[in-house]
Ligand binder design. Sequence first.
Ligand code: NDP
Length: 615
Amino acid sequence: MACRPTDLPPAESIDIPAIHEVYRREREKRLRPEGQGQYFEPAGQFAGAYESDPHMPVVPRAPIMDEIDVAILGAGFCGMTVAIQLKEAGVANFRNIDWAGDWGGCWYWNRYPGIQCDNDAYCYLPLLEETGHMPKQKFEDGWDIYQHSVRIAKHYDLYPHAIFHTLATSLRWDEQAQRWLIATNRGDAIKARFVVMAGGPLNKPKLPGIPGIGDFKGKIFHTARWDYAYTGGSGRSPVLDKLGDKRVAILGTGATAVQVVPFLGRYAKQAFVLQRTPSSVDFRNNAPTDPEWVKALKPGWQKERQQNFHHGAMERFARGEPDAICDIWTEINRNLSVEFEAEGWPALSPEEYAARREVMDYRVMERLRNRVDEIVKDKTTAAALKPWYRFLCKRPCSNDEYYETFNRPNVKLIDVSESRGVERMTEKGFIHNGAEHEIDCLILASGFEMTSDLKKRWGIGAIEGRNGVSIYDHWADGFKTLHGMMTHGFPNQFFTGFTQAGLNATNSVTFVSQGRHIGYIVSEALKRGATVVEPSEEAQAGWVNTIRDTAIDMSSFARDCTPGYFNNEGEKNLRWYLGEPYGPGFYAFEALLEEWRGRGDLAGLMLTARMPELV
Ligand code: NDP
């Protein structure tokens, strides 16, 4: 059935300047001078939020002293797709190093109740056609996504390459040996010709710096290390039957908490939801996979669908292009397409398109605020649950039970926006508006180090390139890369994710693209007998200029948003979480890389060979 536009409040009924003023006030209310500094890293009494593994024991082993061609730091979707592309490029001597006990990255760690992917699974799960797998529903369960990671690893025979339960603690380029020296928390000393940073953005939990949090004597854990021994149930059967006599507070109302809260409402004696900024929560409309649809799919369907999703979520639909995804991510562009069609598809400049999109954004957000009133009975609670910011200032959510949960007598929303976060913890609970609320358990749905501070995001103390220069200093004033994947002075090192590369609405598509490019460069370097590959300063400067010249300016949008990880918590030194993507778009970037590889001259890279037979 064709996807229809949504029923929205008419544009005339929306007073954009007045709403914009509310957006501004709501943002100001939440800004904190410490910015990213309001969070602290899991250490000391909170080290378990990162260092523990509730899913699998960490088994003692002897240190590894291997010498390998490629070390891939990460074994989630990014690390896996890089590994596969290396294999396909003929590079077999690589290892994936990861703190998790298995493949899957965030899908290994996160097994909290209700966990599902909020994105269309037919796009998000990588390599569906290649592995012959079809998700059972549009928004797939976390456990099944973890199982898909295992399926991929088996399909591509990746297990022999894994070094699990191992955290890289430092990376140092040894100019003499022409190798990266990798130290880990297991006493390893691994030498690698090449190293790929494939940690992804969701590897390291961050904790809220609430005054007195260390004094709390009750149970406390982060959602990425869910303690089923305490709550009852398991990742596969989240029946939290041990919470029946417990008073539980959950801190945060982001994408994770929105999925968890209905379970707390169902099982806890009392659930407090500590909210600073509400998420927008649309209806979910999750549906089982239609076998007739599957039968009709033609080879290449996943790439086609991913492209359609990218247009709908990040660019715009072409004339006549249907919306195959049909959910909250594509609503704005779907509705605009219908309007444009009625107008004979006018040729709009980027500015004119942005203006039309802005109006649609306000209408969609108004629809989402109205949705709260339709479901939540208590007027004060409903008012506090309304999101006052533009679409994509925060990750949009969908859930069919979240708002309903606030109608339960055992669930209470605690709005901590006025105090810019939870006021204080005590031995017994939390303080709100001067009153102590006693609780047995505090669950931190406080997110991850998705900050532009790479040291925090990667969690690796020292990364030193040539002459001991730290990557953190090298990029202190912004990225300097060729194609977002290599930087001068850091030979044989590759970067993935949100840098100065193409950005796809589906992360796994971005990773596959970067993996392909990295696989190509590594295999060519090895074939050509090079011991060192790095971009020339000129080529790097050229790419940085290309990025800046083609950039789509997000700064005014980001500055107007409520603080969060997207906009560096509103810090003055604004850096957009998604890096500096290539302005002409992901598929233009793909074409550019393909053309670059097709030429075969590795333009912009300097290759040196120091092996005796080649000097
Ligand atoms: P988020 O960073 O999105 O949310 C953290 C929450 O903690 C926010 O609501 C934040 O409030 C709140 N918070 C932080 N400090 C305080 C404080 N001192 N007092 C009160 N509240 C506080 O983390 P999530 O784990 O929810 O999501 C992180 C990311 O994980 C998502 O963006 C998404 O990329 C991914 N994810 C993906 C899913 C999927 O379906 N694919 C599902 C779940 C997560 P404030 O907003 O005011 O800062």
